[in-house]
Design a protein around this ligand. Structure first.
Ligand code: PGA
Length: 253
C-alpha cells in the first residue's frame, strides 16, 4: 500500500524500572536512534508516571516521543491517586495509552470509561492509543471479531482522526505469554478493524494506525510488522531492554 501510515513502535514499560534504570534505558535508546541514518517508524516510550518528566527531559533532543500508560477522564478535581491528561501533557507527553487490558481487568474499566479517557486525551491535545483485544475464551468461542467490533464501537469517541488516535489490537492471551497469533489471524483482525473504522470515519480511516501488541519480540517483529494493516507495535516486556526494543524498531521496513 503506497499511502500506508508511518508505523509507530511504542514501548509500554508498565510498572517496571526505577528512575535510574529508566533513564539509562531512555538514553541508550536515544543514542541508538540518533546514530541511525533513518528510521522507518516513529518511536514512543511510555514509562511509569513517576519518571515521565525526567525521561521527557532526557529525550528533549531526541525524536523519541513520550507517552503515559493511563489517564483520568476529568481535567482535575478530587480524584486521589489519579492523573489527568492535562497533567500528562504538562509533563511532556504526546500520547497516552487507554483501555489496556490490564486496566480493563485490574481496574474494571469498561468501554464507556475508556471512551471518556480517550476524550480526555483529545481535550488535552494528546493522541490516545486505544487498546482492544479478545481473551483466550473469547477466541476459542469464535467471538474475536465480535469482541473487537464491540470494543471499538464503545471505546472510540467522536472526532477520531489519524492524528489524535491510534488503535492497538492486543489479544489478551498474547500479552506477556510468549504466544502470538499467526500472520493470518493478525491479518484477519486488522483488516476487520480497518473496515470497521472505515464505516465510522470514511476515508480518514486509511491513515489511522493500527498497532499489533502481545509478545512482540526481536525474533517475530519483522514478520508481524509486515502483515497488511499492521502499522506498528505496542511492546511490553521487550521494550525494557534497549537492544531488544531497538531490534524491534529495526523490524519496520
Ligand atoms: P508484552 O506486552 O509485549 O509483554 O506481551 C504488551 C502489552 O501489554 O502492551
Amino acid at each position: 500500500m503506497t499511502d500506508a501510515p508511518r508505523p509507530l513502535v511504542a514501548g509500554n514499560w508498565k510498572m517496571n524500572a526505577l528512575r535510574a534504570e529508566g533513564l539509562a534505558l531512555a538514553r541508550d535508546l536515544a543514542a541508538r536512534v540518533s546514530a541511525a541514518a533513518e528510521l522507518a517508524c516513529e518511536v514512543l516510550v511510555c514509562p511509569p508516571a513517576t519518571m515521565l518528566a525526567e525521561i521527557g527531559a532526557a529525550l528533549k533532543d531526541s525524536v523519541i516521543l513520550l507517552g503515559a500508560q493511563d489517564c483520568h477522564a476529568s481535567a482535575g478535581g478530587a480524584h486521589t491517586g489519579d492523573i489527568s491528561a492535562e497533567m500528562l501533557a504538562d509533563a511532556g507527553c504526546a500520547f497516552v495509552i487507554v483501555g489496556h487490558s490490564e486496566r480493563r481487568t485490574n481496574h474494571g474499566e469498561t468501554d464507556v470509561a475508556v471512551r471518556a479517557k480517550a476524550e480526555a486525551a483529545h481535550r488535552a491535545g494528546l493522541a490516545a492509543i486505544i487498546c482492544i483485544g479478545e481473551t483466550d475464551a473469547e477466541r476459542d468461542a469464535g467471538e474475536t471479531l465480535e469482541v473487537v467490533t464491540r470494543q471499538l464501537a464503545g471505546s472510540l469517541p467522536e472526532g477520531v482522526s489519524a492524528g489524535n488516535t491510534v488503535i492497538a489490537y492486543e489479544p489478551v492471551w498474547a500479552i506477556g505469554s510468549g504466544r502470538t497469533p499467526t500472520r493470518e489471524e493478525v491479518a484477519e483482525v486488522h483488516a476487520h478493524i480497518r473496515a470497521a473504522l472505515g464505516r465510522g470515519l470514511g476515508t480518514a480511516a486509511a491513515g489511522l494506525r493500527i498497532l499489533y501488541g502481545g509478545s512482540v519480540n526481536p525474533a517475530n517483529a519483522a514478520e508481524l510488522l509486515s502483515v497488511e494493516n499492521v502499522d506498528g507495535a505496542l511492546v511490553g516486556t521487550a521494550s525494557l531492554e534497549a537492544e531488544d526494543f531497538w531490534r524491534i524498531i529495526q523490524g519496520c521496513a
